[in-house]
Write a protein that binds this ligand. Structure first.
Ligand SMILES: CC(=O)[C@@H](O)[C@H](O)COP(=O)(O)O
Ligand SMILES: NCC(=O)COP(=O)(O)O
Length: 237
C-alpha cells in the first residue's frame, strides 16, 4: 500500500501573501486528513516563506495521521524536529535560496554528517528518510548511513513522463530494486500529479509513501480539496 501524504506548504504560501490567517494551515491539515490524506508533510524553509516554524509546533498538536517534516538539517531545523518529534523527518540538501528542492543528497560525500544526524533522530524514535536522486550508488550510500527510508526525487520522472514514460521511470525502478535489496523503505515525491502518479505507483516495487503538494493544491483550486484528495488516492489503488 502506498500512502498519500499531502504537502501543505502552498496553503501557507497563500496565507502569507496577506498576513492574517486565511487560509488556516492547521484547519487545512485537519481537513486533508478528514478527506482521506494518510499523512501531512511540511517543508519549513529558513526564510519561512511558506510554512513557519510555529506552524510546525501547531500542526504537531492536531495531526493524527503521519506527520512528515522535510528540510535541510541545519541546527535550527534539527532543533525543531527534535522538539516536535514527528513520525518521520525527511532530510533534503536544499540551499536556502533554492526556489524549491532541486537535488538529492550525495550520500557518499556526506556520509559522516548523514550518519550522525540520522543516528540522533532515530535515537528519539523519529523515522528518517533522505532525499536522493535515482542513482544506484546514491542508494547504496543511503543504506550505508543507516537511514530507514529514502525519498526518490521525482522531478526528472515528472518532466520526462509525457515524452516516454518507460524511459522516465527506468532509473527509478532500478533505484527501487536496489533499495529493496538493502532493506531500505521507499518514498517518492516532487512534481507528482494526477497524470504521472499512477504509473509510478504501478511500476515501483515497495513504494510506501508519496508526498504531494504543488500540483495537488493547484488541482484543489478547480476541483475542491476533498474531491482532489480522493482523486489522488484513487491513483494509488
Ligand atoms: C523535498 C521536496 O521535493 C518537497 O518538499 C518540495 O521541495 C516542496 O517544497 P516547496 O513547496 O518549498 O517547493
Ligand atoms: N517531498 C515532496 C513533497 O513534499 C511535495 O513536492 P511537490 O508536490 O510540491 O513538488
Amino acid at each position: 500500500m502506498t500512502k498519500l501524504s499531502v504537502n501543505i506548504n502552498k496553503i501557507a504560501t497563500l496565507r502569507n501573501a496577506r498576513g492574517g490567517n486565511r487560509p488556516n494551515v492547521v484547519q487545512a491539515a485537519k481537513d486533508c486528513e478528514r478527506f482521506g490524506a494518510e499523512g501531512i508533510t511540511v517543508h519549513p524553509r529558513p526564510d519561512e516563506r511558506h510554512i513557519r516554524y510555529q506552524d510546525v509546533y501547531d500542526l504537531k498538536e492536531v495531526v493524527t495521521t503521519e506527520f512528515n517534516i522535510e528540510g535541510n538539517p541545519t541546527p535550527d531545523f534539527l532543533k525543531l524536529v527534535k522538539e516536535v518529534r514527528p513520525a518521520q523527518a525527511t532530510l533534503v540538501p536544499d540551499a536556502p535560496d533554492a526556489i524549491t528542492s532541486n537535488a538529492g543528497w550525495d550520500t557518499i560525500k556526506h556520509k559522516d554528517f548523514l550518519t550522525d544526524v540520522i543516528g540522533e533522530l532515530k535515537e528519539l524514535g523519529i523515522r528518517t528518510s533522505i532525499f536522493v536522486d535515482p542513482i544506484v550508488p546514491m542508494v547504496e550510500g543511503a543504506a550505508a548511513v543507516n537511514t530507514d527510508r529514502i525519498e526518490l526525487y521525482t522531478e526528472a520522472y515528472a518532466t520526462n513522463f509525457l515524452q516516454n514514460r518507460e524511459e522516465a521511470v527506468a532509473p527509478y525502478l532500478e533505484a527501487a530494486i536496489k533499495a529493496q535489496e538493502f532493506g531500505l523503505g521507499l518514498n517518492a515525491g516532487h512534481d507528482l500529479d494526477l497524470d504521472n502518479l499512477k504509473y509510478l505507483h504501478m511500476t515501483l516495487p515497495g513504494l510506501q509513501e508519496v508526498s504531494i503538494g504543488h500540483a495537488l493544491i493547484c488541482d484543489a483550486l478547480y476541483l475542491g480539496l476533498e474531491n482532489t484528495i480522493q482523486l489522488y488516492l484513487r491513483q494509488l489503488k
